[in-house]
Design a protein around this ligand. Sequence first.
Ligand code: GDD
Ligand code: MN
Length: 369
Amino acid sequence: MTGVGLDLAIVVPVFNERGNVPLLVAALDRALAGRNWEVVFVDDDSPDGTADAVRAIARTDPRVRVLQRIGRRGLSSACIEGMCATAAPLVAVIDGDLQHDEALLPRMADLLAGDPALDLVVGSRFVDGGGTGAWDADRVAKSAFATRLSRRVLKADLSDPMSGFFMIRADAVRAIVPRLSAIGFKILLDIMTAAPRPLRFAELPYVFRTRAVGESKLDHVVALEYLIALYDRLAGRVVPVRFVLFSAIGAMGAIVHLAALAVLLEVRAGFIAATVAATFVAMTFNFFLNNLLTYRDRRLRGTRALFDGWVSFCAVCSVGAVANVGVAAFLYDVRVGAWALPALAGIAVGAVWNFALSSRFTWGRYGRK
Ligand code: GDD
Ligand code: MN
């Protein structure tokens, strides 16, 4: 079954997995003996020096490569870029922490080689013979919930749509890359829902291993990203997901503004001074929350970058406030509705302004360090 050329690429997203890199390469070497493969580690400039750990091996083993991304984060986008960085006809995605069972890879490749109608093979924890290993009840429950939720979005009856372990034909995946949302952890779900026709898949069982080295990156923000990715798939084309987040945070900012104003008036600050102070409190709150959530993938870090970002965000929002008042006053003057309609129109214009300009100047090319 092995030809003369490259048969298979293993794409491994890694963040702070320095200790796992040599272990995984050794495991792949055992599992894929006799095949023509390469492994592409996609590292998001991990502080622990994961990329250097890959390069140390790559110097003597040409099957090993690293793609080091600077100023970016994200499991899905890392997988996508890795899949686009190889000439192999088959690509597999596997975690870098040895929790997935690499021994499945040869069978995945053989299934795809033996059936041209098959698009991908998924490693599943939820078919006979598979399992979640040493997970606690809490994680099992959360995973089951996320799986149920995904089934509503997904038309295919995958038993483990949350799996981060699968093999797919490289040309099939590259054809749908422009349609992928690339947010968060759920690359498989993204691929399955983006495909213009239902993809034909097979499932192979495996048991999820416990992580021996390093730590998981799945946290609350990742859980939120998952919901964001589902939303993006359902309605993201109508109203972009970033704008929804930005507006929701803006609405919270309005509450923060009122609360700060109430406190300041309570301590007998003058109304103008209190309003100015409350505005800054709200803008600061919005800036940090947007930096944490809306622009997580381009997050500003370090005192200098944060200060510059905050200044540009406040500048953008001040102009947005003037636009808001201007539009509302104009519509009120020409008597479009009572007061609520002009007010809402003003808020909408201000929000779009703030979003468009801050995404360019605060978190865009000019804002990034
Ligand atoms: N490049 C890059 N960038 N890699 C990342 C990032 C990132 O932002 N975040 C995580 N990774 C890498 C990790 O280093 C690891 O190799 C792999 O992606 C999986 O991350 P973990 O943090 O170990 O995730 P997990 O074990 O909690 O989650 C696994 O199980 C889920 C199912 O419950 C993953 O396999 C998920 O894909 C899977 O859905
Ligand atoms: Mn893991």
